[in-house]
Design a protein around this ligand. Structure first.
Ligand code: ZN
Ligand code: ZN
Length: 132
């Protein structure tokens, strides 16, 4: 069975997941845009039994931002972390994965709230690393 690791930016928190995942959900709602500071949150949904904290589980801080919206971050580096919001699933922030998952975005939600700049302009330049 495949096993993939993830971690926060400072490395205090790490986890792994078992089994394959079937794709990434992108949420473009205004809460996710602000919480991420970008175009939204990229989430992989995994069963709770397939998710395991390896280190730093006690290093999390949870912010209740709205009655129905909370985010969990590393208390040292602020990385948005996988959240255990319901009984069956963990909502894993895809950017914290260290290993490839072999699938892409399967769905985008709240596209009506998508930022107006969230597309590549014609002639948009792409760089493998920092721009030169
Ligand atoms: Zn951290
Ligand atoms: Zn959202």
């Amino acid at each position: 069975m495949s096993r993939r690791k993830g971690s926060c930016l400072c490395g205090a928190l790490s986890y792994d997941i078992d089994g394959d995942v079937d794709g990434v959900w992108m949420c473009h709602c205004s809460n996710c845009r602000k919480a991420s500071g970008g175009n939204g949150n990229a989430i992989v949904i995994v069963k709770r039994e397939n998710f395991h904290w390896l280190t730093g589980e006690d290093h999390r801080v949870t912010y209740e931002l709205r009655p129905t919206y909370t985010i969990t971050r590393c208390k040292t580096c602020g990385t948005p972390l996988p959240a255990e919001e319901d009984e069956t699933n963990v909502y894993l922030t895809a950017g914290t994965l260290d290993d490839p998952i072999g699938v892409g975005v399967k769905a985008r939600i709240f596209c009506g709230s998508r930022a107006d700049w969230d597309f590549d302009m014609e002639g948009s330049r792409h760089f493998d690393e920092r721009s030169s």
